[in-house]
Design a protein around this ligand. Structure first.
Ligand code: NI
Length: 185
């Protein structure tokens, strides 16, 4: 296990489409372990393989530090519902924030490191992370799909805790039944 360097905006690797993982081997396992270490060290919510310079369809997500990180190989979104508009950031675009509209509920199918297929679902922040991280696998950065980026004075106020953009953000749970479909943000 080791930390990997996080690639930042401006590097072409972030704009490329990643290849499907075909071999579920030791190399993949090492990559996933390194990505989890790197994610935890960075304090972020999700990390996609191109962010460590690897053009493979691999994502790790950890919304709750108390829970084991999710590892998603060749993930695909198979269901969405509702809508949420809220703040979003990216480890590859440090120091910036945007306001992005995403589905409120997202279900994905993916493989684990051993090649077993499974599904995962989430609302709120986890749903947002699924969308954001899977976009990375197609070379899409959130600043190209968000409603707007915060201005430098807004970032300063946000970092000081003086503004939360609540008037601009919303959650529409759509037809999601919260009791069945995971945790609120
Ligand atoms: Ni990102």
């Amino acid at each position: 296990m080791a930390l990997r360097e996080i690639v930042v905006e401006g590097d072409d690797v972030l704009n490329k489409k990643c290849r499907i993982v075909e071999k579920f081997d030791k190399r993949l396992s090492v990559l996933i372990d390194d990505m989890i270490d790197t994610l935890i060290e960075s304090g972020g919510v999700g990390l996609a393989a191109p962010q460590v310079g690897i053009l493979r369809r691999v994502v790790v997500i950890q919304v709750d530090p108390e829970e084991a990180p999710l590892e998603l190989v060749n993930p695909e979104i198979i269901e969405t519902s509702g809508e949420q508009k809220g703040l979003e950031g990216c480890l590859s675009i440090p120091g910036k924030w945007g306001i992005a509209t995403r589905p409120y509920y997202v279900k994905v199918k993916a493989f684990d490191r051993d090649g077993n297929e499974y599904t995962a679902e989430g609302t709120g922040l986890l749903a947002r992370a699924f969308c954001h991280e899977l976009d990375h696998l197609d070379g899409v950065l959130y600043n190209t799909v968000c409603d707007r980026m915060l201005t430098p004075p807004e970032i300063e106020k946000y970092n000081e805790g003086e503004i939360d953009f609540a008037d601009e953000c919303y959650v529409d749970t759509g037809d999601v039944e919260l009791d069945d479909k995971g945790d609120e943000e």
